[in-house]
Design a protein around this ligand. Sequence first.
Ligand code: PEP
Ligand code: MN
Length: 337
Amino acid sequence: MLVVLKPGTSETAAADAITRLRMAGLAVHRTEFESRVRIAAVGDTSAMDWNEVASWASVESVAKLARPFKLASRAFHPHDTVISVGRVAIGGPQLAIMAGPCSVEGEEQVFTIAKAVAEAGATVMRGGAYKPRTSPYAFQGLGEEGLKLLRRAADAHGLAVVSEVMEPQLVTLLARYCDILQIGARNMQNYALLREVGHTEKPVLLKRGLSSTIEEWLLSAEHVMAQGNRQVILCERGIRTFETYTRNTLDLNAVPVVKELSHLPVIVDPSHGTGIRDKVAPMARAAIAAGADGLMIEVHHDPDRALSDGAQSLYPAQFTELVQQIRTIAEVLGRTV
Ligand code: PEP
Ligand code: MN
């Protein structure tokens, strides 16, 4: 349920309303909009007499939060959520450009790519140190050594760091090196992992599952938010369909749909979304035109020798050209890079 308090309600009266809802066994989350405290009361709402709640002196209105996701919904929090990561604000007018290799492979590789993407205009460096590989015999990542390299390379070029965490036990370790914790598509419904990142204070980049609906994706965001961490960035990375020409089908419909349903920032990963280098730039341009708050792009200076996802990695020069084009598109939309 959504309980909106009257403007000017004192903190004491707000705290009192919250306590009374908690006493009914409900989990209570608050936000503010247009000078009003808004309270989402979630759980078994049937035990409460909502007509009585509506009659409390501090209460302006009571309404049902109709969607299954509550904290992630725009009905609860009407304003766009803007997530600050160092000098980057994700979800505001400036687009977030995240770029880097699929996997961290070594010092020279990661420093070369960090320099290239920073010069091109990226503000966040990506790179996997723990890799979810379809085959157990494929390169699994450099682990903590990779995180150290990624952090050093990013710091050398003023970039924030995003990297994937695959296991609840590794969340604390990843949080030491990263500014943003990435939940990969394969783990979108790993609820133990979602809970664990929900207990941190790090922004979470939540990729859409390979075969997940938009509602399932937003419910996964809800799992993180219900633990107290409201800093979730959604990332559309393509879904599995009957089409085989591209690696996945990039669902750009999801961008305007999620923007309406949720206040969370949405970025797009056209690298995994297409799997084909020369299809990445057109879909990146389309994503920004569709209203995405940013991009995640795989870049490699020697993709033929990349240990993962070389075929979808842009050369640095291609990435530079793409960012220029994104700047032009952003301008039309009143945004910046
Ligand atoms: C990645 O970002 O390298 C990755 C493995 O992505 P996804 O989880 O979208 O497949
Ligand atoms: Mn990859």
